[in-house]
Design a protein around this ligand. Structure first.
Ligand SMILES: C[S@@+](CC[C@H](N)C(=O)[O-])C[C@H]1O[C@@H](n2cnc3c(N)ncnc32)[C@H](O)[C@@H]1O
Length: 268
């Protein structure tokens, strides 16, 4: 048993898990043969996937710094993924040591790794919950204990809404979360797109059909409405390396195949 109460028996190694495949793209070691084989099929179709995953992660790091610099002292990180370095509480606390972070994921493997790496420090917590049931996140005792909904909150939805199908209504998910947030709260969102893959990515979709969650890439025009109720801040919803880069932005040629959009918005 882990300190989160999950036993190794609950970890499914018979099917690829998106969290473990993403860990593999990032060069992590918390993945199994089944995940590596699936991920390699994705690499065969999108050779840039390792770089794209790293750029999504780098976007998340810049976005967390940005919202903390704008005053956020509470973060809910939904679809947090297998811990990596640095994790959001580590990034945030370089700027403000008092930031509280509630980590959410629906994958028991993430819960099993959350222990020392995410919640072994005060004022962080982990909740096993599903973004498709946002009420269960908002009502979760761990979230309620950490987050004061009378004060602004930064909600991170990085690389998770593309695991929500149209039928499962991702816009409603964001709207429900938004309703619980006071003015001044921020939304950090990134999402997979096929806008940079004009021929589509049928082989990749097939890989995720056999995983524990399907992949639902969306166009810029389909993702932008997820920010309904928020004001999208400059530079808008853009390919992740173009979002407030630390140094000069990469040349256009380096962006092909980087199929993640990212943006940050505020609730006025
Ligand atoms: C691609 S990883 C993103 C990790 C991190 N947010 C980042 O951007 O670097 C997606 C994560 O979302 C989680 N996830 C997928 N579907 C989910 C759901 N319905 N509810 C909560 N988490 C989910 C996966 O388990 C995985 O850990």
């Amino acid at each position: 048993m882990t300190d989160q109460g999950f036993s190794a028996e609950e970890i499914d190694t018979s099917r690829p898990h998106p969290a473990r495949m993403y860990d593999y793209y990032l060069g992590g070691r918390d993945n199994y043969q089944v995940d590596r084989e699936a991920a390699e099929r994705v690499v065969a179709e999108i050779p840039e996937i390792h770089a794209a995953a790293r750029m999504n992660r780098a976007f998340l790091e810049r976005a967390v710094r940005f919202v903390v610099e704008r005053g956020m002292r509470q973060i809910i990180d939904i679809g947090t993924g297998i811990p990596t370095s640095p994790n959001p509480h580590e990034i945030a606390r370089e700027i403000a040591p008092d930031v509280r972070v509630a980590y959410i994921d629906n994958d028991p493997i993430v819960a099993s790794h959350a222990g020392a790496r995410l919640v072994g420090t005060p004022d962080t917590g982990f909740a096993l919950a599903d973004v498709r049931k946002p009420e269960s996140i908002l009502e979760h005792p761990t979230v309620r204990e950490l987050i004061d909904f009378d004060r602004p909150v930064a909600v991170l939805l990085a690389a998770v809404l593309h695991f929500v199908t149209d039928e499962e209504a991702p816009a409603r998910v964001v709207a429900t979360l938004s309703e619980a947030l006071p003015a001044g709260s921020h939304l950090v969102l990134s999402h997979v797109t096929t806008d940079c893959h004009p021929g589509g990515i049928p082989g990749v979709l097939e890989v995720y059909e056999n995983a524990t969650a399907t992949l639902n890439p969306r166009s810029h025009a389909e993702i932008l409405p997820f920010f309904e109720g928020f004001r999208v801040l400059e530079p808008g919803l853009v390919q992740v390396p173009l979002w407030r880069p630390d140094s000069s932005p990469p040349p256009a040629g380096a962006l092909s195949g980087i199929g993640f959009y990212g943006g940050v918005a505020v609730k006025d």
